[in-house]
Design a protein around this ligand. Sequence first.
Ligand code: IMP
Ligand code: MG
Length: 179
Amino acid sequence: MTDQPPIGEILVQADELKERVRALGRQISADYTGRDLLLVGVLKGAMFFLADLMRSIDGPCEVDFMAVASYGSATDSSGVVRILKDLDTPIEGRNVLIVEDIVDSGLTLQYLLRNLGARDPGSLEVCALLTKPERLVAEVPIRYTGFEIPNRFAIGYGLDHAERWRNLPYVAALADEGC
Ligand code: IMP
Ligand code: MG
């Protein structure tokens, strides 16, 4: 039935998310002590992760957003990325930390790293809530990872399927993967 919630097995529970995001915040706070930090959230999937992560970081930090669309099928990106919303300010000389919801093939992130890297930031690192190591095709340096998950399509805590289920407080697999 199409009206049944397509929520399958829970991959990361809400309390595990909370604990891990706090730990990442502590680690980032320590690593960036005394340095200016700009978090770049990738819309829309990273919205809850970014909001929780930023509140776990001590000391001054700023936030900006990018929105990108990657061409491809519903569940596979092609690596051809279009910028829907760019940063508000230049990042030359700044310490930039890209905050992503999930790295699947890594192609979107590879594009973002090249694009932002060309703007001469002082440093450029990546913090991804989730990675799917089995699916990775691009070589992307991920400095901070929340959880490695199996090769399942994930929904919840910001991640969507056809724009829905971002509001789940946990990360689950999409039940019926016939998408
Ligand atoms: P990639 O280019 O294949 O690494 O895919 C990157 C983007 O596709 C992510 O930033 C997500 O927005 C989306 N994506 C990839 N896998 C999933 C998933 O399992 N659930 C929801 N969105 C996903
Ligand atoms: Mg994303």
